[in-house]
Design a protein around this ligand. Structure first.
Ligand code: GLP
Length: 245
């Protein structure tokens, strides 16, 4: 069973997750991190940025990798997941640009690009810490249902449900990219520590499914986290409203 921590508020969830990163950073200034995007991590990234600004944490020697990226958004496209991390975290924490990584989703050969990105991660000794969000269908990064536990970085066709869930970040549903490059579950499971965060009532059903989960189910990619020895799920009270903890 996964280790769950439930906080009363979104703010408390965000601070707790940021503290996990800061704690790992104390032990390893050149921390290798995999960072999520979406609505959930905004508060955590703000807290990590605050820590950096106020001298409580030094991210200037860290390495940060995007967990996923939409095809074919350019790195500097305001809608790209790289821009998201730049905007919410990197610029505030003064992480050197050369220490920040994202798949080049405009590469001519995207399959070769996936292999290249995976190799960069391996060359950095794999992630010390991975922070994850969770999709309503249990997707992790963009590992949609029918995932496998050993997959590495790969191309993915996004499910209709995922496209609809992410429409809120775009002008219209038609503007949401239909494909992405994502870290595989295998890449993520090689991380030394994993923290999954979830907030709000919209995540209550998937959080209950995760809480009740006792076996691997490829249709529920988050279940692969059961294979990892050091996973902490941090949810706020609303996300945990369908189970007792
Ligand atoms: C997207 C991202 C995931 C993220 C998920 C949840 O599909 N690829 O990495 O975890 O959405 O996003 P949100 O936090 O906005 O609910």
């Amino acid at each position: 069973m996964l280790n769950f921590i439930i906080t009363e508020t979104y703010s408390a969830m965000s601070i707790l997750a940021a503290n996990r990163v800061a704690a790992a950073l104390i032990n390893k200034p050149d921390l290798v991190m995999a960072m999520p995007t979406g609505g959930t991590p905004v508060g955590m990234l703000a807290e990590m940025s605050r820590m950096a600004k106020e001298g409580e944490a030094d991210f200037t020697k860290t390495f940060s990798f995007n967990i996923d990226e939409y095809i074919p958004l350019a790195k500097d496209d305001p809608q790209s997941y790289y821009s998201f991390l730049q905007h919410h975290f990197y610029q505030h924490a003064h992480i050197p640009t050369e220490n920040t990584f994202v798949p080049d989703v405009q590469a001519a050969d995207l399959t070769a690009e996936c292999i290249r990105y995976e190799q960069i991660i391996v060359d950095h000794g794999d992630f010390d810490i991975t922070i994850l969000g969770i999709g309503h269908d249990g997707h992790i990064g963009f590992n949609e249902p029918h995932a496998t536990h050993s997959s590495v970085c790969h191309l993915i066709d996004l499910k209709t449900e995922t496209i609809e869930a992410n429409t809120r970040f775009f002008a219209s549903k038609d503007d949401v990219p239909k494909q992405a490059i994502t870290l595989g579950m295998g890449t993520i499971l090689r991380s030394k520590e994993i923290v999954l965060i979830a907030n709000g009532v919209s995540k209550a059903a998937v959080m209950k499914q995760l809480y009740d989960c006792t076996r691997i189910d490829p249709l529920f990619p988050a279940s692969f986290l059961l294979l990892h020895p050091n996973v902490t799920v941090i949810g706020d009270r609303e996300a945990a409203s369908l189970f007792n903890l």
